[in-house]
Design a binder for this molecule. Structure first.
Ligand SMILES: Cc1cc2nc3c(=O)[nH]c(=O)nc-3n(C[C@H](O)[C@H](O)[C@H](O)COP(=O)(O)OP(=O)(O)OC[C@H]3O[C@@H](n4cnc5c(N)ncnc54)[C@H](O)[C@@H]3O)c2cc1C
Length: 468
């Protein structure tokens, strides 16, 4: 990547059309769209790529965007195909596989599993090749305002060797979970979903299903949360768990017991993890392995697996900004909202944000109207898709809904509808009404099922065997 990165030594002031904060998928895709449309785009990324990121399972509707960005052949060369998402209970006794080829629209039968260090670098390289000036590792320190209107940014080289002031009519905040602009403007709101924490690492030697199923994502539900298992082309697998706050409180005790019994996993600490996971690495590893060993479906697949680096963790994840755009600025991807990752919606929503917002930004330039008016449609469309995912995420944590999610037959096309949501096919006006109708039916049936379980099964669900 550094081949395209710009270096600057002195304090400089420049004029541009667009300044982008962050070089993840949302920043890189937006920069590519706008640079190709002929605008002068400057992008700042504070970390040196390639850098680790979690969020490795893409959805089929990501592909048309990657195709637009000219990356279809690269994707096929570098990453493995994911034809389905497989959901399982903790024993593997109840499983529900959703092949994307069985969605309402059958034109998007697969997605990809990607190591983000490579995927994100590929996207940012593409932005640079399209004409974006990439400053890396450089951090944006300030967004400049004239009244309520954003008018530029001030950025600084991470080694202190230079700074740059960019004056521009459009600032794009693609800073991910640090939510640079939204946090400063006081727009950040927690989503009313119980707080949860993720623990994860990469592993060698994890067993996968053969043939076409080898690229499936495995999502395994258990009473304290859920696991993901995402296979990569190089044979490694990303394994992580998302757990409740209540279960998290047991981490110290579990780690102390493992230590006392001499059962702490031996994991090489590479030092770079300290900034992410602090000094609690050993406790995180012990906590992750203890939970793996207690979930038979995961334990079986991970027999003899070797952990590649200390478990990292991210806490309290779901939030969204009160608004995603204003005069002269827009927030994209995780800088706008972050939803629990159980349905792997993050990178898709992020890149869809980039695609939709870029068109609105072009309109702003064409009309000279930077009031945020053109960006309202972007906000409406993205919020619409987030709402559907969010309904499903809430459902995932509702034992009554989960029973239907694991139901094997395609009663009234409900499984087809769920598959379309899992493929992220949420923007096609031809079948959106059909999809929404079936989703409403699904949730109505979940309520009926809840009643049935309460009346006839002593209130315990089938899949989780938890109270509904
Ligand atoms: C536990 C977990 C599991 C997940 N699993 C999945 C999954 O399976 N599939 C999926 O699609 N998504 C998943 N996600 C979500 C996914 O990781 C994100 O949605 C996605 O990375 C968002 O992309 P982005 O471009 O908005 O932000 P990021 O990828 O976070 O990129 C933002 C960039 O901005 C840079 N930056 C921040 N501040 C500044 C600054 N001031 N100046 C310059 N640069 C700055 C950062 O260094 C970073 O590189 C998961 C997330 C979590 C937490």
């Amino acid at each position: 990547m550094s081949a395209h990165a710009v270096t600057s030594r002195a304090a400089e002031v420049i004029e541009a059309d667009v300044a982008v904060i962050g070089g993840g998928p949302s920043g890189a895709a937006t920069a590519t769209y706008l640079a190709r449309a002929g605008y002068r785009v400057v992008l700042f990324e504070r970390e040196q790529f390639p850098r680790f990121r979690i969020g490795e399972s893409l959805l089929p509707l990501n592909l048309p965007i990657l195709k637009e960005l000219g990356l279809e052949a690269e994707m096929e060369k570098r990453f493995i195909r994911k034809y389905a998402a497989n959901f399982s209970d903790r024993w593997g006794a109840r499983q529900s596989r959703y092949p994307f080829a069985r969605a309402i629209n059958r034109n998007h039968p697969y997605a990809y599993q990607v190591e983000r260090a490579e995927f994100d670098e590929m996207l940012l390289d593409n932005a640079a090749k399209s004409g974006t000036r990439v400053y890396m590792p450089w951090a944006v320190r300030e967004v400049l305002f004239d009244g309520e209107r954003a008018t530029g940014v001030v950025a600084e080289a991470m080694d202190g060797s230079g700074s740059l002031t960019v004056h521009c009519p459009m600032v794009v905040d693609a800073s991910g979970r640090s939510a640079f602009l939204g946090a400063r403007l006081g727009f950040k709101r927690d989503i009313n979903l119980n707080s949860r924490t993720a623990f994860y690492s990469h592993f060698e030697g994890v067993t996968h299903d053969p043939g076409e199923r080898s690229g499936d994502i495995q999502v395994v539900s258990f009473p304290h949360g859920w696991f993901w298992m995402i296979p990569f082309k190089n044979g490694n697998t990303s394994v992580g768990m998302v757990v409740t706050e209540e279960y998290l409180r047991r981490r110290g005790k579990i780690a102390a017991e493992a230590m006392a019994a001499g059962r702490l996993p031996v994991v090489e600490h590479d030092g770079s993890n300290e900034a992410v996971a602090g000094k609690a690495d050993a406790a995180n590893d012990a906590f992750l392995w203890h939970t793996i060993e207690n979930i038979p479906y995961v334990a079986e697949r991970m027999k003899g697996a070797q952990q590649k680096f200390p478990a990292r963790s991210i806490a309290n994840f779901s939030y969204r900004m009160e608004r995603y755009a204003g005069p002269g600025y827009v927030m994209l991807g995780d800088a706008g909202a972050f939803l629990d990752p159980v349905f792997s919606s993050g990178v898709f929503l992020t890149m869809k944000s980039a695609q939709v917002a870029s068109k609105a930004i072009v309109q702003s330039f064409q009309t000279g109207d930077f009031s945020g008016r053109h960006l309202r449609l972007y906000e409406k469309r993205i919020r619409g898709a987030q709402k559907i995912f969010f309904r499903f995420i809430r459902g995932w944590y509702d034992p009554a809904f989960l029973d239907l999610f694991f139901y094997s037959s395609n009663f009234m096309g409900l499984k087809t509808a769920i598959t379309s949501v899992l493929a992220a096919d949420l923007f096609d006006p031809h079948h959106l009404w059909n999809l929404k109708l079936r989703i409403n039916l699904l949730f109505a049936l979940a309520n009926l099922h809840r009643l049935r379980v309460r009346l006839f099964r002593r209130g315990r669900s089938y899949v989780q065997q938890l109270p509904v």
